[in-house]
Design a protein around this ligand. Structure first.
Ligand code: PLP
Length: 400
């Protein structure tokens, strides 16, 4: 018998070697209690959360929680059914209405996760004989959507407009083409030059999908994302998003103005062949989305936090993923996985949680400590975070 697990041996060995150094496993932390969007108890210690993607801090919003409780009481704990059978409740329609209003678009389709939204939309609209042209650093859900749909995949260098244009020019003019971009790339926290990329895509007759998972609620005048901030939202054919970041719950969606969009509800397998979100989840999502429409003060405070942390970390001597803060993600580049894990642990001991990211999820084989800021982090907390980075960085020898 061939052991089908033998392909994981290199990873098992790498993990064992890392744990043999005595470092805490960075991928099995338990949040024992969550006190607020920015504080939890981990290993019995009060810990500032700086790696949750809870950008707008909606998880403990009073109205959001009240809406969830009410829906739980009125509609029960789950739908036990697909959206196309018994799984569409009033709350799912209200959630889609909130999204249509938030983005000022004609259609909205809610999925059970953002992962499934990418999987479903990309695989359904780009099939055999079509082309998906995507940034090489695209999220796993985008790659998986491409694989499932059987289209030809054409990758181009990260955020390189010329490379995108070149690839597009090589494709048959009559072929169906979908260019897939992200507003914010979550590994380094950098934003895409969407304006130029969408221009070259449209010139080549391609449709454009933009995943705004890490920008919804925060970037753009109305929080609609990077496409809004760059004035090109009207040229985007499909916006993909998630409820697991700024919205503060779980779920995913696609919004669009395409006149035939609604047919997707019948042909999109990751929408049809799975149970719909629980009523409490869609109620919290709808309430949160409506509140995010009026979130400009929170957005301004989040930008302040991002700028302060970026400057502070750079001044301390850390190497960062971007020269300037471009989003609410600030990536601190570590020399290698071992040092990264040591730094991660030292921060945890200081009472600070960040995400450790490593290949293959990261670009160019980098080990990163990814910090994601929240609009609910106070200015004092950001100062405290910098102090903890300084102490841990000196202890581990990352900074002098
Ligand atoms: C760019 C991007 N798209 C999609 C997703 C998937 O979102 P969800 O957590 O809702 O499955 C993520 C999540 O990390 C993401 O970063």
């Amino acid at each position: 018998m061939t052991d089908l697990f033998s392909k994981f041996d290199p990873l098992i060995q790498q993990r064992e070697a890392l744990l043999a150094t005595g470092v805490t496993d960075p991928f099995s932390l338990v949040m024992e209690r969550v006190v607020s969007p920015t504080v939890a108890i981990c290993n019995g210690r009060e810990t500032i959360l700086l790696g949750t993607y809870n950008y707008m801090g909606m998880t403990f919003d009073e109205d959001v929680i009240a809406a969830g409780k009410e829906a739980l009481d009125k509609f029960g704990s789950g739908t036990t059914g697909s959206r196309v059978l018994n799984g569409t409740y009033q709350g799912h329609k209200e959630c889609e209405d909130a999204l249509k209003e938030f983005y000022a678009m004609d259609h909205a389709m809610v999925f059970s996760t953002g992962y499934q939204a990418n999987l479903g939309i990309i695989s359904t609209i780009a099939g055999k004989g079509d082309y998906v042209i995507l940034d090489i650093d695209s999220h796993a859900s985008i790659y998986d959507g491409c694989k499932m749909g059987d289209a030809e995949i054409v990758a181009f260098r990260h955020n390189d407009v010329e490379a995108l244009e070149k690839r597009l020019k090589r494709l048959p003019p009559e072929a169906g083409k979908l260019v897939v971009l992200e507003g914010v790339y979550s590994m380094l926290g950098d934003i895409a030059p969407l304006k130029e990329m969408i221009r070259v895509s449209k010139e080549a007759g391609a449709m454009v999908l933009v995943d705004e998972a890490h920008s919804m609620g925060f970037i753009g005048e109305h929080g609609r994302g990077v496409a809004e901030a760059q004035g090109v939202l009207d040229d985007v054919d499909f916006v993909i998003g998630t409820f697991s970041k700024s919205v503060g719950t779980v779920g995913g969606f696609c919004v669009s103005n395409h006149p035939k969009f609604e047919i997707l509800r019948l042909v999109c397998r990751p929408y049809v062949f799975t149970a719909s979100l629980p009523p409490s989840v869609v109620a919290t999502a709808a309430t949160s989305i409506r509140k995010l429409m009026h979130g400009s003060n929170k957005r301004a405070h989040l930008w302040e936090n991002s700028k302060t942390l970026h400057k502070g970390l750079r001044d301390l001597g850390f190497t960062l993923g971007t020269d300037e803060p471009q989003s609410a993600i600030i990536a601190v580049i570590m020399p290698d996985l071992e040092k990264g894990a040591m730094m991660w642990e030292a921060l945890l001991e200081e009472g600070l949680y960040v995400n450790l990211a490593r290949p293959p999820a990261t670009p160019a084989g980098m080990t990163l400590l990814r910090c994601s800021l929240c609009a609910e982090h106070s200015s004092d907390q950001v100062v405290e975070i910098l102090g903890r980075f300084e102490r841990a960085g000196k202890r581990v020898g990352i900074i002098g």
